[in-house]
Design a protein around this ligand. Structure first.
Ligand SMILES: Cc1cc2nc3c(=O)[nH]c(=O)nc-3n(C[C@H](O)[C@H](O)[C@H](O)COP(=O)(O)OP(=O)(O)OC[C@H]3O[C@@H](n4cnc5c(N)ncnc54)[C@H](O)[C@@H]3O)c2cc1C
Length: 494
């Protein structure tokens, strides 16, 4: 067996979260080994956020062109997928090649190892025949993969996950989408706008089931207007593929399509990580962490696999906490630069200071040992980039009521706001506020509309900073903006 090689930190999985942690610790001068089995950067740049938002940008351009007919004369629109596929291939993903990302990491001083990493006892990670011993810590950032439901017949078929949907060069004539969550709806709308006959099949009684019911309603209406067929409360029981077409059998109905996209959620594959070698239960859906992303002594987790929200902004937020906490831990560990000064800090104190500065710029200081704050998810923002966009932060009305909060609700329809009325075509949307009447603050909000994700930012500040509602009511809201509907919704709180 190979002798373990002693390094400062090992990061397993260089997706959004892992790459950020590994890069920043390497910049701090620590010897960091980053292990990635697929592409450095992870799901977001290659099969997730970035290419899907390029697709959405293109679909929205088509939709806006159609609105010319209602607003500004006439426009003839002939959709063509080729420029979209080209842009994804060439601008977003370098044809799914991560050379630039690998260079970015090694350029910061990190050491890159391509392969699958797995824990091999406390402080150790194995990649094939190589074993690394981590002096200060191991960070797991292995993300999630699509969770494929155990539907009879599905496993043997050439169904798509988000990866094939993003990589597609030629669009199918028809597409069945299993799952009416954020990813399912975003892709369904894009493909429909490019002329694909799209059918969404959702087991819950509404699409976007975790968001406010009003948001589900507006999103479903918008997709239907784009020609998407939506079936809710329908559970797929069997899938057949006859070599050319898929048939989904669901509650007595049959749906057929040339392709089948399965977007029914994602799952962390904890069983692959060797967690048993460090006495951590691998049978759970996600890896439990404390507020500083600790899994167990010397091991941190970052990103989707921690189960606090599958978003790039969560992975980045957690990465800042992990970086600060690993550096804090290092300083307090025997051998750390603040202890005996014998740590293998390549960049010396200056390197560590610059990393601490980075952590501070992310919102906290590691100046005093143990001062790294805990993660706070009260104001977790999320955006579904359909048209209209569905932005939400904090608790929904139902979640707040289930927690026994003395709830007040405020609501304003965007179409009847000044800006919504001016906007006319494509103006569907609303602001919904969830307030804690006892505390006099907002604890949740939803912003649906043409710029719903952008309007959300004001609501995120309100929830995050617990701005008193009385203060929000005294704010001046620019006229005629979409965000001015927040003022209307505040006025209607009851
Ligand atoms: C279609 C789609 C659209 C999305 N859109 C958005 C959006 O608009 N906004 C948003 O905030 N989020 C979006 N997301 C979610 C976002 O992509 C994820 O939240 C983000 O990528 C999570 O980062 P991560 O570092 O936790 O994991 P990942 O990005 O999944 O990276 C994990 C990495 O670990 C590697 N790995 C796994 N196991 C091992 C191992 N044993 N050894 C070595 N390497 C390993 C994987 O190959 C992968 O590269 C979208 C996701 C999808 C699928």
């Amino acid at each position: 067996m190979a002798e373990p090689e002693l390094v400062d930190v090992v990061v397993v999985g260089l997706g959004v979260g892992g790459e950020e942690v590994a890069g920043r610790l390497a910049e701090a001068g620590l010897t960091v080994v980053g292990i990635e089995r697929d592409l450095v950067g992870g799901e977001c740049p290659y099969w997730g956020c970035i290419p899907s938002k390029m697709m959405i940008r293109a679909g929205n351009a088509l939709a806006e062109a159609h609105r010319v007919n209602e607003l500004a004369g006439s426009a003839q629109v002939r959709p063509d997928w080729a420029p979209v596929a080209k842009r994804i291939r060439e601008e977003a993903t370098d044809t799914w090649d991560d050379r630039v990302a690998v260079d970015r990491f090694t350029g910061k001083g990190g050491r890159f190892v391509r392969g699958s990493g797995r824990l091999d006892g406390p402080d150790r990670v194995r990649v094939g025949e190589q074993v690394f011993q981590a002096r200060y810590g191991i960070v797991l950032g292995t993300g999630t993969r699509p969770s494929i439901p155990p539907i009879d017949g599905l496993a043997g078929t050439p169904y798509w996950t988000n990866r094939q949907a993003i990589e597609v060069e030629e669009l199918p004539e028809s597409l069945l989408v299993l799952g009416g969550g954020a990813i399912g709806l975003e892709l369904a709308q894009v493909f429909a706008r490019f002329g694909v006959r799209v059918t969404v099949i959702e087991a819950a009684d509404r699409v976007l089931a975790t968001e406010e019911p009003e948001a589900s309603e507006v999103a479903a209406q918008a997709l239907r207007a784009d020609g998407v067929e939506i079936h809710t409360g329908v559970r797929a029981g069997r899938v057949d593929h006859d070599g050319e077409r898929f048939t989904v059998h669901a509650d007595g109905a049959e749906f057929t399509g040339e392709k089948l996209l399965v977007v029914t959620g994602r799952r962390a594959h904890l069983e692959e990580l060797g967690l048993d070698t460090v006495d951590v239960d691998a049978s759970q859906r996600y890896l439990p962490v404390d507020g500083r992303m600790h899994v167990t002594e010397g091991i941190w987790a970052v990103g989707d696999l921690a189960g606090e929200g599958a978003f790039t902004h969560i992975a980045m937020y957690q990465a800042a906490i992990v970086v600060a906490d690993v550096l804090d831990h290092m300083r307090r560990t025997k051998g750390g630069p603040d202890a005996s000064g014998t740590a293998s800090v390549v960049g010396g104190a200056a390197g560590v200071v610059s990393a601490v500065g980075g952590a501070m710029s992310a919102g906290w200081s590691t100046a005093a040992p143990g001062s790294v704050p805990y993660a706070d998810y009260r104001a977790l923002p999320r955006v579904t980039f359909t048209d209209p966009e569905v932005g939400a932060v904090g608790l929904t009305e139902q979640q707040a009521r289930e927690r026994g909060v003395n709830v007040q609700i405020g609501y304003a329809d965007l179409t009847s706001s000044a800006r919504g009325w001016i906007h006319k075509a494509g103006n569907a949307g609303f602001i919904k506020l969830v307030a804690d009447a006892d505390q006099g603050v907002l604890i949740g909000a939803t912003s649906v509309g043409p710029a719903g994700g952008e309007v959300l930012s004001a609501l995120v500040v309100a929830v995050h900073a617990a701005v008193p509602i009385s203060q929000l009511r005294h704010m001046i809201y620019a006229y005629p903006t979409f965000h001015r509907a927040i003022e209307d919704a505040l006025r209607s709180l009851k």
